[in-house]
Each structure stands twice: as C-alpha cells, then as structure tokens.
Design a binder for this molecule. Structure first.
Ligand code: G6P
Length: 612
C-alpha cells in the first residue's frame, strides 16, 4: 500500500513531492513524510507527521528545506502501528540513506536480525526499514551491482525509492510487484506510484517493468532487470488531467461524486457505443471467440466485486453465459480448473488493486483470455491484460466508491447485451432498448435523490444515525445490491451493518431482530421474487422490528408494511439496483454526515489497495 513520490532535478523537490503526495493520498493517509538532501551539508533532512498529509504540509510550511533530490510517502499501515517512527521515509544508521516503500518485505524479520547482529540499530517496527539499512552499501560510485545486492536480499512485493547522502546525483527506483512509473520532464524527473502524481507536469511516462530498477539522474534514466541487463523501456504518452478543485461547492467529495452519476453513466454509455466496431479487438477477443464463449469469470474486490455479483444476473439472463463471480483474494490461491472458452474479467475502479491484479497476472501465465473493466486508462490492469473496457466515471476521489459502481453496472449491462447480440440471442432493436433503459434509469437515479433529499437531511438521517447496527436484506439481484449498501454504511459511518439474502433470514439471522436493529430491505421487480420479498418483510414486522423499504411504484402491500419507504418508478427488473443506487448512497452518506464522520477519507481505509 502507500503512495511514493521521488524527485530529481532543480531545487524544487518539496513542492513537486507534496503535490504528488496530495494526489496519491487515496493510497493511504495514516501518516506522511518527506526527505531531501541538503547540498551544503550533504545530510538528509526529513520531516514526518501522523495522520493526513495536511499535518506534514503544516509542519513543513515554516521550514526552508528543499533541494534537487527528495522522496515522499503517504502511508497505509501494514507493519507497525500508526506513529511518526513508523512513518516513511525510513532511515539507515547515521541517516545516510532514506527510503520510501510501498508493498511488503516478507522476509524483513530475518534481514533485521542479521543486520542487528552486525550492529545496525532499528528505530521502527516497519518491514521497510531493512531496505534503508541494506542501502548503506550505496556509495558515490554506486553501480547497478549494489542495487542487485539489495534486491537479492528482499522477498515480497515492493516499490522503493532510495536516496543516499553518499550519492547525491542519483535517485534509485526499484519495482517488484507494486507499481512505479517515471515522469520525464525538462531537466527534472518525478517518480511515483502512479502518473496522477505528475499529471500536468509531464505526459512522457516510462512505466518501470516488473522486477526491474532504475538509476535516475537529472537527465538520464538507466533501467536494468534484476540480473543487471539493460532494459530498453519505451516512453508512453499518458494524457491525464487532475482536477484540483475537488469539492466544487459540495460539502464532501463523496456527495459531489454521487451527483455526478447521471453524467458519468451517459459518458460510459457513449464510450461503449463508440467502440462498437473495435470492441472485440479492444477486449482482446474476436467475434468468433465471443460466439463460442461458454462461461465468464468476474474477479474483483469490495464494491467492484458487488458490481460483478449484480452483473452475474446480466450475463446469465441476457446472454445466457454461465458466470461465476470471485473475490480476487480468494481466487488467487484456490485450485484452478481450466475451462475452454472462458473469459476472465477483472473489475476494478483503479485498475491497481493488488488482489485483482495478481489474479489477472496469474491467468496471463496460464494463457487464458483476460480483460479488465476499469476507470483508469493509464492503470496497470489496462497495460497487463489481454483487453480492456473503460468506465467513464471521471476521477473518483472519495474512498467509498459511488460513480465507479454505477458505471460498472452500466458497462456490464451493455456488454451483456453486446455479447447477446453477437450470439444472435437478441436483435439490434433490443440492444437499442437496453441503451435507452440505461439512460432512463440514470434519470431515476438522480431524480430520486432530489425527491427525498430534504426529508432525509432534516428528518430521516438524524433519526437513523441514532442506531448502532443495521441488517440489510435483498433477494436475487437485490442481494448483492444490499451487500453494497451495507458495505457503504460500514465504510463511511462505522455503524455495524450486516447483510443477508432475505430468504436466509428465517434460518438464523432472524434471532438478531429487536427494536434497536432496523432492517433495510430492497425490493425486486421480478414477478417471481417480489411475493417472496413481501413474505420476508412480514416476518420482520411480525417481530416488531423497524423496517425501511426501497420499493417500486405499485408495490402497495410492501409500502404499507414498512415504517419508512422510498418509492421508485418502475424500470427494467435487471436495472432495479441501478435505479436505487443514488438514493441508497445519499441516505447512507447523510447518516455519516449527521455523525460527523470523515466521509471522504474514512478511518483505516484506502481507495486503492496495492498489497495482497
Ligand atoms: C478498496 C476501496 C473500495 C474498493 C476496493 C476495490 O478496498 O476502499 O472502495 O471497492 O478497494 O477497488 P478497485 O479499485 O479494485 O475497484
């Protein structure tokens, strides 16, 4: 985890590094730190602060430390509690070497005890500190062999930046597993976990290949593999922009992103439509392969996994392709059974999540077709999978995913129809209808927020914010949607929320019902499922529990049973979750807002989780 930034060039490293860290804070915000080389004394100056980056910025504001070479870090704690000692940069004995690290050094305990036996003193509980001590071999004559020496000792996945007071004109970047890219500017070079860190400064990017390192000076980047062979890495042009004014008048970024969903859906749909002729090519497929497609595996984590669970119904019901949806962290170490004509699709907003990425990498070695559905075109998943489809949600900054989720549903719904069309299960007319249904549903998503906004803000959110736990229920396509709702509430309000398939309530969870545990139930537009949902609602009310129901027009019985109802216009039954998405998010957001939670950066979380 964590975001790292390094700079070599003119005497401006502090501003470039802090700007870069600001943009990488989505990778963790437990603590932050900065180090640079003082060229008068040839000593490394550093500063660290617990908590969000702003604390570091405040600490640095009245300090005149800056230079031509520096590194910075924003941390999501893995090894060692959140403290200044454990914040990066980590330093070697006598502060000769400074290191920032993203990843996990798995054999750090062995290395540490060897180094301690040789007299090294360790000051932190981090796995990363060993790299700084190993870095003491760096001298003013440093060669690739010194770096090879360091990497040979390390096991695990890592991206590291090292600087040494003995080697003032070189920044060392090492990559194994975790991402690292190098932005090439005029007489200055910025290295970072992702190119957002230097968007607007340069669009010339060298993506450091896996298991390689770079010796970087102001004007030259030499890249080697771990055996010391020179690598000729192409320079890519990456055109990304960074939106600095994040809130645009909204109280929180999450709220802004909730309201951006209608436009994001429209943009995603027009991107899908535009691809029509080149679609299979971009997905790494052929028309023939799609016609022969016998099964699909969708792989993801968190909210993206929920989108996959909902999309399972799209693929199975619309294009009749058996689909399984797997949690990346579980799939990676489960037995693998090769099936002919299966497409593996990683779903990931960031395109960087380590669990999902490692699954796709594993699948690539097995030579099976892989693709990624992601929101970030410059992401590792786009570069490393056989094909990709983009959601056009725009930059999603709030840690709790909103518009990425709804656009994933849209892209997957559209893709299911496109496969069905290719397989000749549906006509072009149905394809167009699906497109229109999505646009209508996007309108409903937004209008329903507006319809209930004031009553939620003034009455409902203060009322529900008093409860300490919630139960979420859904059936069929509404079950994974209920899981997403429960996750959203946990993430941003820290209220304990548990989700069950509504039909399972009677098999155990019903014992939990009491006056202090509201039940949130999501209705269905599937004619077979609705009567069963109704029975489940009756079971809840028979035990006197408080019932909140998200229902559709005409579902009068359910409306009458519930203590609080949100009513939606009818949509295509498979789009019921999408229609309810905006209001569900707004209701959860409003509860967290009443509680005064850190909505955009909830405690302990990070937006992109780059360790397994
Ligand atoms: C983290 C975030 C979640 C997100 C998950 C998957 O856990 O906090 O909001 O759903 O990662 O992220 P991805 O970028 O792969 O969709």
């Amino acid at each position: 985890m964590c975001g790292i930034v390094g700079y070599i060039g003119n005497n401006l490293c502090k501003s470039y590094i802090l700007k870069g860290l600001e943009r990488l804070e989505y990778r963790g915000y437990d603590s932050a730190g900065f180090a640079c080389l003082d060229t008068d004394t040839y000593r490394i100056n550093h500063q660290k602060a617990e908590g969000q980056l702003i604390n570091l910025i405040n600490k640095l504001s009245d300090q005149a430390i800056d230079s031509h070479l520096g590194i910075g870090h924003t941390r999501w704690a893995t090894h060692g509690k959140i403290s200044e000692e454990n914040a990066h940069p980590q330093l070697s004995c006598h502060k000769k070497v400074a290191v920032v690290h993203n990843g996990i050094i798995e054999n750090h305990l062995d290395i540490r005890s060897n180094l301690e036996a040789k007299g090294h003193t360790f000051l932190s509980q981090t796995d990363s500190e060993v790299v700084a001590h190993l870095g003491e071999i760096i001298s003013n004559k440093t060669t690739k062999d010194d770096v090879i020496n360091i990497v040979t000792s390390l096991q695990g996945a890592y991206a590291c930046l090292l600087m040494s007071s003995d080697c003032p004109e070189t920044l060392i970047a090492i990559r194994k597993g975790s991402p690292l890219c190098i932005g090439l500017g005029h007489e200055q070079i910025i290295v970072a976990s992702d190119p957002f860190a230097f968007a607007g400064q340069t669009n010339q990017v060298l993506f450091l290949p896996d298991q390689s390192f770079a010796l970087i000076s102001k004007n030259i980047v030499e890249v080697y593999d771990f055996s010391g062979h020179t690598l000729d890495v192409p320079i890519s042009q990456v055109d990304i922009t960074w939106q600095d004014d994040e809130k645009l008048g909204y109280k929180h970024i999450m709220l802004k992103e909730i309201y951006e969903q209608k436009n994001a859906i429209q943009a995603t749909l027009s991107n899908c439509k535009q691809l029509d002729l080149t679609l299979w090519d971009q997905l790494g497929l052929t028309a023939q392969r799609v016609e022969n497609l016998r099964s699909l595996a969708l792989i993801g984590c968190g909210t993206s996994w929920h989108a996959g669970r909902i999309a399972q119904f799209f693929f199975e019901m619309i294009c009749k392709v058996p689909t399984r949806v797997v949690l990346a962290s579980e799939f990676r170490y489960a037995p693998f059974f090769h099936e002919e004509n299966t497409l593996y699709c990683g779903i990931s907003q960031s395109g960087e999540t380590a669990d999902t990425l490692e699954c796709l990498r594993l699948l690539n070695t097995l030579d099976v077709p892989t693709m990624a559905l992601t929101n970030v075109e410059s992401s590792t998943m786009v570069r490393e999978t056989g094909g990709f489809l983009l959601t056009k949600a725009g930059q999603e900054i709030a840690v709790a995913s909103t518009k990425a989720f709804s656009t994933q549903l849209v892209a997957l719904y559209w893709l299911a129809h496109r496969i069905a069309l290719q397989k000749k299960y549906i006509t072009m007319e149905s394809m167009d209808r699906a497109h229109d249904d999505l646009l209508i549903t996007a309108e409903i998503l937004e209008n329903s927020i507006e319809h209930y906004r004031i009553v939620i803000e003034e009455k409902l959110a203060p009322y529900y914010a008093q409860f300490k736990r919630f139960i979420f229920l859904g059936r069929h396509i509404g079950y994974p949607f209920a899981m997403e709702a429960a996750l959203k509430l946990k993430e941003i309000s820290y209220i304990f929320s548990q989700c069950y398939p509504a039909g399972e309530l009677k098999h155990g969870p019903i014992a939990l019902l009491d006056n202090d545990t509201p039940v949130i139930l999501f209705s269905s537009l599937d004619e077979r499922v609705y009567p069963k949902i109704l029975s489940n609602a009756q079971e809840v009310k028979a035990r006197n529990a408080h019932l909140v129901a998200f229902v559709f027009e005409g579902q009068d019985e359910l409306q009458q049973l519930a203590d609080c109802v949100f009513v939606f216009p009818k949509v295509h039954p498979l789009l019921a979750p999408l229609a309810m998405t905006g209001l569900m998010q707004y209701w959860v957001y409003s509860i967290a807002n009443v509680l005064g939670c850190a909505i955009d950066k909830p405690r302990n979380l990070a937006k992109s989780v780059t360790v397994e």
